[in-house]
Write a protein that binds this ligand. Structure first.
Ligand code: NDP
Length: 295
């Protein structure tokens, strides 16, 4: 009999959404109607898909999602003017900036203009600063999704050696910082690796938990993990696959089939962390709303 080793995202996301629906119901009893505004520039198909998914998921739990669709030729200053209108609109509780942005935009400048109390992506320096300090913050969605997965599957992090592969501002750095906090999903000893790390297999092999966020398809093979490895694969990579109907498929940073027999537990791709991530901006909108109304 094959032992099931998959850490599936769907039950985690469903439990988050169910909890949010209950909170939103209670807020509505108090005449509070949470609203999320999503800025989307241009016609990028995956951004459109993500937006429609957010609108649908929001509707299922009673949260209104408003799309602000802007043309690709919008100037940065005009965009900031539009953003500030939503910053100051008391009916809007959360704001999301759907990537990709036009190349000429200075992303840091735009994020600096976002009201940190409405920053449901958790990208504003105030939110990142509070995260590092272990204070209450709107957390970036993917690291928050990883914490939800850890809680749901009761994965022990206390005193564990965790290797985080990747040091991006949206995944690697924040999740590493969250895992060293003094709390139930922290207290780990964390090693952060990146493209300049030497002897990577030696480091990854000796981890209890391996979190991969590098964007390199099937990069982690069985010689880089051990029998005790719990793997959280954040990577979402499009791989050409002539055998599949679409001509491609999505895979993680981990060669799932190669490592599966050897390891303890693993998040599949698709169907793992990504499934939970989409629920986290809605969770942040509810969190922001509660805070804005003093709860
Ligand atoms: P970035 O491209 O911003 O960062 C990649 C990181 O990986 C960098 O730190 C880079 O190192 C490191 N890296 C690249 N190649 C190697 C290598 N060969 N060995 C060691 N380290 C390496 O990526 P993101 O964090 O934005 O995304 C990572 C992956 O996660 C992507 O596949 C993305 O699609 C996916 N993703 C999934 C989400 C989800 O919800 N499941 C959400 C967000 C992203 P260096 O800094 O030295 O360049």
């Amino acid at each position: 009999m094959t032992i099931k080793k998959d850490l599936i995202g769907k039950p985690v996301a469903n439990s988050i959404l169910k909890n949010l629906k209950e909170k939103i119901y209670l807020l509505k009893q108090k005449d509070i109607f949470p609203n999320l505004a999503i800025f989307i520039i241009g016609q990028d198909p995956s951004a459109q898909y993500y937006l429609n998914n957010q609108i649908k998921k929001g509707a299922e739990i009673g949260l209104n999602v408003e799309a602000i669709r802007l043309p690709v030729n919008i100037s940065e200053s005009e965009f900031i003017t539009q953003l500030e209108m939503k910053n100051n609109d008391p009916k809007i509780n959360g704001i999301m900036l759907q990537m990709p942005f036009p190349e000429q935009f200075d992303q840091s400048n735009i994020i600096n203009h976002l009201n940190p109390e409405k920053d449901v992506d958790g990208f504003h320096p105030i939110n990142i600063g509070n995260l590092v300090l272990g204070r209450d913050a709107l957390l970036p969605n993917t690291p928050a999704a990883i914490l939800e997965l850890i809680k749901y599957y009761k994965i022990e992090t206390n005193s564990k050696n965790i290797v985080v592969l990747g040091r991006s501002n949206i995944v690697g750095k924040p999740i590493a910082n969250l895992l060293i906090q003094k709390n139930n999903t922290g207290n780990a000893t964390v090693t952060i690796c990146h493209s300049h790390t030497k002897n990577l297999p030696e480091i990854t092999k000796h981890s209890d938990i391996l979190i991969t966020a590098i964007g390199k398809p099937l990069f982690i093979k069985k010689d880089m993990v051990s029998e005790k490895s719990i793997i959280i694969d954040v990577g979402i990579n499009k791989l050409i696959d002539k055998k599949s109907k679409r001509g491609y498929r999505y895979v993680g940073d981990v060669d799932y089939e190669d490592v599966y027999e050897k390891i303890q537990l693993i998040t599949p791709v698709p169907g793992g962390v990504g499934t939970i991530t989409t629920a986290m901006s809605l969770a942040n909108t509810v969190k922001a709303t509660l805070k804005q109304f003093g709860y």
